[in-house]
Design a protein around this ligand. Structure first.
Ligand SMILES: [Zn+2]
Length: 366
């Protein structure tokens, strides 16, 4: 491996390149001292993990290789070192080399869940969604499998292979009937095709299937209108899109019929607002506040509606609008695992990689 391949060294300019041979020599020395006893090997591998966590992929890899190349190494230890080497390469973005290391580890220990998970993530990063889904199938993780089948279906739709895409989506929903991603894609397609009747039936079904805490993702995704998984665009407030209105109308009706929580009431109001039905939207917002007094977004929208009815001086109006606009830009979604805040929906947390950990920030201190 040449020096310029390691992205890590850029952070070490202050130390200069002379530090490198010293570290190499130290790693080699340490490698000789580490005997083939489990505790010592663990410490040695942990040192590699430390380098990896600092982004020093080449040094981490060197540690693994010095173990791997040692004659007479216990096969399990070799597999461990290969696994860590694969993770080093994966973090460094050298995906081919990562797969190669994982495959070698697999030859020794077989399909361990850790290795399969790493391979699934690499397949997903390479946009090989079918392959990713297949790994998650081996791992018996239907939520993840359905996610990548939905992403595969999205690609198939984009390539004009609609029949194939529908089959893939059907498979996704069979594997995980409550997959928010698969339902969202089904509904987005029906809305795009203008199939109102089927949309209504499927929307009802989706509300019944998707876990309550994720239902808002369906509405948010449908409002965004174009589906890009992982980073759904912010909804375009294009009032001229009145071909969406019949869809919004049935969505409101179904939300009303279903067992709605505070967030779904808020979305009901939002849909009504988009259809220009401000009065009814106001009623829904009031209902939202009855369910949760601190639901800030409902307060903000009610305030905005009230504001339009007041006789205000231009200056006062200007000040109010300024604050309302700032408040509307507050990021509405947060990860329940790590707390990252986003203004777009996500299915895998962009920071901590948790699945379906997105929550709607009902209160501002969340
Ligand atoms: Zn997170």
């Amino acid at each position: 491996m040449s020096d310029n391949r390691a992205p890590s060294y850029s952070s070490e300019n202050s130390k200069g390149r002379t530090g490198l041979p010293d570290t190499r020599a130290a790693i080699d020395e340490l490698s000789k001292v580490v005997k083939d006893i489990p505790e010592a090997v663990e410490i040695y591998l942990a040192l590699g993990n430390l380098y990896r966590s600092q982004g020093e992929i080449e040094r981490a890899a060197q540690i693994r290789n010095s173990l791997i190349l040692r004659p007479g190494l216990a096969p399990e230890t070799k597999a461990r070192a290969l696994y860590e080497l694969g993770r080093d390469f994966s973090r460094g973005g050298f995906l081919d080399r990562a797969v190669n290391a994982f495959d070698k580890a697999r030859e020794i220990v077989g399909d361990s869940p850790e290795i399969l998970t790493e391979l699934a993530e690499i397949a997903a990063r390479s946009r090989e969604f079918e392959k990713a889904a297949s790994f998650y199938s081996d791992l018996a993780q239907p939520v993840q499998e359905a996610h990548y089948l939905a992403r595969q279906a999205e690609d198939e739709f984009n390539e004009g292979e609609d029949a194939k895409a529908h089959r893939t989506l059907g498979k996704a929903l069979k594997i995980s009937p409550n997959s928010a991603e698969a339902w969202l894609l089904v509904l987005t397609r029906l809305k795009k095709e203008g199939s109102l009747e089927e949309f209504t039936a499927r929307f009802k079904e989706a509300l019944a299937q998707v876990p309550i805490k994720l239902r808002f993702v369906l509405i948010e995704g449908l409002l965004a209108d174009s589906l890009v998984f992982g980073d759904t665009p912010i909804p375009k407030m294009d009032e001229s899109q009145d071909r969406s209105f019949p869809f919004y109308k049935v969505m409101v009706e179904e939300i009303e019929r279903s067992d709605s929580d505070v967030i779904m009431h808020y979305y009901g109001a939002r849909l009504l607002q988009l259809c220009g039905r401000e009065e009814e939207a106001g009623v829904w917002l009031e209902k939202t506040l009855m369910l949760n007094q601190n639901f800030w977004l409902a307060r903000l929208e009610l305030f905005r509606i009230a504001q339009t009815k007041q006789q205000l001086t231009p200056s006062f109006k200007n000040q109010l609008e300024f604050f309302v606009n700032i408040a509307r830009k507050v990021q509405r979604f947060t990860c329940s695992s790590c707390g990252i805040k986003r203004d777009r929906i996500f299915f895998i947390c962009p920071r901590c990689r948790s699945w379906h950990s997105i929550t709607f920030r009902k209160e501002l201190n969340q």
